[in-house]
Design a protein around this ligand. Sequence first.
Ligand code: FES
Length: 382
Amino acid sequence: MTPPLPSAPPPAPAVAPPWALLAELSHGCPLRCAYCSNPVELISRSDELTTSQWADVFRQAAGLGVVQSHLSGGEPLLRRDLTAIVAAADACGIHTQLVTSGVGLGERRLAALTAAGLRSVQLSVQHADPAASEHIAGVRSFAAKERAARLVTAAGLPLGLNVVLHRANLDALDAIVELGIAWGAERIELANTQFYGWALRNRDALLPSREQVAAARARLAAWRTRLAGRPELLWVVPDYVDGTAKPCMGGWGALSLTVAPDGRVHPCPAAVALPGLEAPNVRDHPLEWIWYRSPAFNRYRGEAWMPEPCRGCELRGRDFGGCRCQAHALTGDAARTDPACSRSPDHHLVRALVDRASAARPHRPVEAPATVPEYTYRQEGP
Ligand code: FES
């Protein structure tokens, strides 16, 4: 599993070790969410790493300095060996959080995961209204989520909710926060849709209007004042609307790495779509080489790659030029300034999309029949 180091250039100067690892254990998922950021070309179950390969990934990651891992997907509960994977990470001193749809989480399974060392659970919720939630997810799933939330809090594990926000649920922010409180969440992540993978394919249906975002932001501020941090409300910025580039991943290859189900390692989950970026694989290379020396992780590290206006911008140490995957999705060139930034020469592309979403008639009511094909739902390949 750990072949010798291939010849490679010396590490870039002053590269800090990673502290987090996103483990995409499987791209299989019982849900079909239109906003899913998984790649449109999903990795098949037969190509997934084995239990012992994942255990080796965690051993190497801990050796590099990783202390925290999100066990994600797809749906990680589809892995029958999930308990062994959690135990392997825990044995290396890595804290694990299960990122799940809740579908398939029973009492016995959760007890086994907790005994193996699982530290917390993040549950995805699509809407506070069951019918609307299931329309967005593309399948019946709300009751399973409600049950999973009950089990997690009964087990004494910290529960977080993850709610991807878009045109069809931003107006329901109050009800979503109330749901999180009722379900006992310690943290509610209100994550405005990031347009990669399936979400990019569904962008027109998902992109909210400026007015929707402004109203939701005002309600968020009121909730934050009222709740005073219990539960904590996290807001993932709607960068298309804000006109500011997000400091994506805290910088390219700066803090964390993503291991895909088939062992390919990326600086972020969406980088799989970047042409010409040869993703190294843990089946072929040690993680240390991948982090410090691989061309993929060094491609956009630091500031040397930056074009103008990033190169001369006083914000470059804070936003790192924005998101490489977004630059590619919008311009076809990952090395350009992120068009979400109002200083980018390509910002008009984003502005036009938001103008169109803002001018469109109000979004279709969420109670509308799910048979109306509003979304291209996520689906496995042929
Ligand atoms: Fe890949 Fe932003 S999602 S760099």
